[in-house]
Design a protein around this ligand. Structure first.
Ligand code: AMP
Length: 194
């Protein structure tokens, strides 16, 4: 069973999205706080990112936001985070998020969320880390992505054993139970390999 103390959440920065996705972000933020887990996220106040952080803080949770200095205005760094780290650049932000967290959860999001998801998946595929990854397929939002990935396996572009790189949760309530069943990572992020 994985010992998880902090969870990195990747999700959209858009606010103009379905209410069910906004609810999922709030529900996850609260669930993390209630479980005593630190939220690690991109540090913004906008979109599902902001809602997740707000809910975690409102429930008394610890929140570490990491935002690159060039985005600090655009995404508006969340001033009420327990800890707000302003990184030099996007690469360093993503590295720090991955290094600090014990597990990763992907909520609905846009291109940035996809970038972060595939980065963390490919780093795991390459053996750079061994931490659990859960894709939260809220309202089937990621169905087309999961279908594309199924085709990648079918066409032998991704090896069959790499199906085990990630799990899928159909709703927020299943995320923490799935994480609890994941094996203990054998190592954290290997920085000097990146
Ligand atoms: P999005 O899913 O596009 O709303 O973005 C979610 C998060 O990903 C935000 O914190 C963005 O700063 C970040 N992001 C956006 N574009 C990129 C990118 N090209 N590479 C890495 N992160 C990004």
């Amino acid at each position: 069973m994985a010992t998880v103390k902090s969870v990195c959440v990747y999700c959209g920065s858009s606010s103009n999205v379905r209410e069910s996705h906004r609810d999922a972000a709030r529900e996850l933020g609260s669930a993390l706080a209630q479980a005593g887990l630190r939220l690690v996220y991109g540090g913004g106040q906008v979109g599902l990112m902001g809602l997740t952080a707000e809910a975690a803080l409102a429930a008394g949770g610890m929140v570490t936001g990491i935002i690159p200095k060039f985005l600090n205005r655009h995404e508006i760094g969340h001033t009420r985070c327990t800890e707000l780290i302003v990184s030099d650049n996007m690469h360093d932000r993503k590295y720090q998020m991955a290094a600090i967290a014990d597990a990763f959860v992907v909520l609905p999001g846009g291109f940035g969320t996809l970038d972060e998801t595939f980065e963390i998946l490919t780093w795991k595929q390459l053996g750079l880390h061994d931490k659990p990854i859960v894709i939260a397929d809220i309202d089937g939002y990621w169905a087309l992505l999961l279908a594309l990935m199924a085709n990648q396996f079918k066409e032998n572009y991704v090896r069959p054993e790499h199906r085990e790189l990630f799990r899928v949760a159909r709703d927020v309530a299943k995320i923490l139970p799935i994480l609890a069943l994941e094996p203990e990572p054998r190592f954290s992020l290997k920085k000097n390999w990146l």
